[in-house]
Design a protein around this ligand. Structure first.
Ligand SMILES: *[C@@H]1O[C@H](CO)[C@@H](O)[C@H](O)[C@H]1NC(C)=O
Ligand SMILES: *[C@@H]1O[C@H](CO)[C@@H](O)[C@H](O)[C@H]1NC(C)=O
Ligand SMILES: *[C@@H]1O[C@H](CO)[C@@H](O)[C@H](O)[C@H]1NC(C)=O
Ligand SMILES: *[C@@H]1O[C@H](CO)[C@@H](O)[C@H](O)[C@H]1NC(C)=O
Ligand SMILES: *[C@@H]1O[C@H](CO)[C@@H](O)[C@H](O)[C@H]1NC(C)=O
Length: 274
């Protein structure tokens, strides 16, 4: 019973320390086009938020050359915009979106003729910015779409924006690549302020100190129950100290008037010496 409790406690200590050391490296999503690491750097592709879609085209030959599938992927980062097409048949790209696939099927006319004629056209919804997620490394955006997903890899490159097809191997996980200057890791203007960084470090230190102290007292000194908290006396007195501090502040840095208790306790008098 007691040993299983120790085991659980050791596990908690371990996972907390692992959490503290790992949490720092995730690129946290700030908006559909910005994600930020804990050190204030990050990816901001908002300069690629232009008025048109970035296209990438590919084709596939089927039925021993009798049929050609011409596929175009359209990508628009940051905000969902309306895809302009003049059909509603076989078209799921009718609402504002981020990724749409357009497939035209051309069929060869007869055995001898080299003429191909367009047979079908379809537009498939592939994802929208309102439900997009950044990868932990900040190097791709994942668009969930039912059981499928579309991944757009972000590559820092000397261009204003070029879309290419990376992999069509898994139909449920189409991977595109977006090359752009905006996809480069940079210091974000909206980086975390020095004050909040200090606050986070301060509270992390307190928590770390508590966990370390509890682990030490528990395992090295064999403390049980509430005794495992380090410097128990100080912590249990802290609420009173804070309350006194507030009363002191609210009274305009004067000692609280104590009509009912003129004989203040010795440690209250010590304020007078300040
Ligand atoms: C910030 O953190 C990221 C991810 O851990 C890292 O790639 C980058 O080099 C860091 N930048 C600075 C200036 O430390
Ligand atoms: C993207 O551009 C549109 C207009 O083209 C603008 O309304 C919108 O605020 C921009 N969004 C971002 C995140 O830059
Ligand atoms: C739809 O637009 C395409 C070009 O984008 C054009 O070739 C086609 O004729 C248009 N179809 C209709 C029915 O307007
Ligand atoms: C087309 O070729 C196939 C064999 O490749 C043949 O069986 C068929 O009869 C041909 N059709 C025409 C219209 O020439
Ligand atoms: C719509 O898709 C179906 C099934 O793929 C196809 O048979 C039909 O011809 C398509 N319609 C148009 C207008 O492309």
């Amino acid at each position: 019973m007691n040993s299983s409790y120790n085991l659980l406690f050791g596990f908690l200590c371990f996972s907390f320390i692992t959490f503290l050391t790992n949490a720092a490296d995730v690129c946290v999503k700030k908006s559909a086009c910005v994600c930020e690491f804990s050190n204030g750097t990050g990816i901001d592709i908002s300069t690629s938020n232009v008025s048109t879609f970035y296209p990438a085209q590919t084709y596939e030959i089927k039925k021993e050359g009798a049929e050609i599938l011409l596929t175009t992927y359209y990508f628009h980062p940051c905000v969902d915009i309306l895809f302009k097409s003049n059909t509603t048949v076989n078209n799921t790209c009718t609402d504002p979106l981020s990724v749409c696939r357009h497939v035209d099927t051309y069929v060869k006319q007869g055995n001898t003729s080299e003429l191909f004629k367009k047979e079908t056209t379809s537009y498939d919804f592939m994802g929208k910015n309102s439900v997009s997620q950044f990868s932990a490394e900040g190097d791709s955006i994942i668009y969930a779409n039912g059981p499928s997903s579309t991944v757009v890899l972000l590559v820092c490159a000397e261009t204003d924006g070029v879309l290419q097809i990376y992999s069509l191997a898994e139909p449920n996980k189409i991977v595109l690549t977006f090359y752009s200057k905006s996809a480069c890791l940079k210091q974000l203007d909206s980086g975390r302020s020095v004050g909040s960084t200090l606050l986070i470090i301060f509270f992390s230190c307190i928590i770390f100190y508590l966990v370390l102290g509890i682990c030490t007292k528990k395992f090295l000194m064999g403390a049980t129950g509430i005794e495992v908290i380090p410097n128990l006396g100080f912590w249990s007195d802290l609420p009173n100290l804070v309350k006194d501090g507030w009363v002191f502040l609210l009274n305009g840095l004067r000692l609280p008037t104590r009509a009912a208790a003129p004989a203040a306790s010795p440690d209250r008098n010590s304020y007078d010496s300040i």
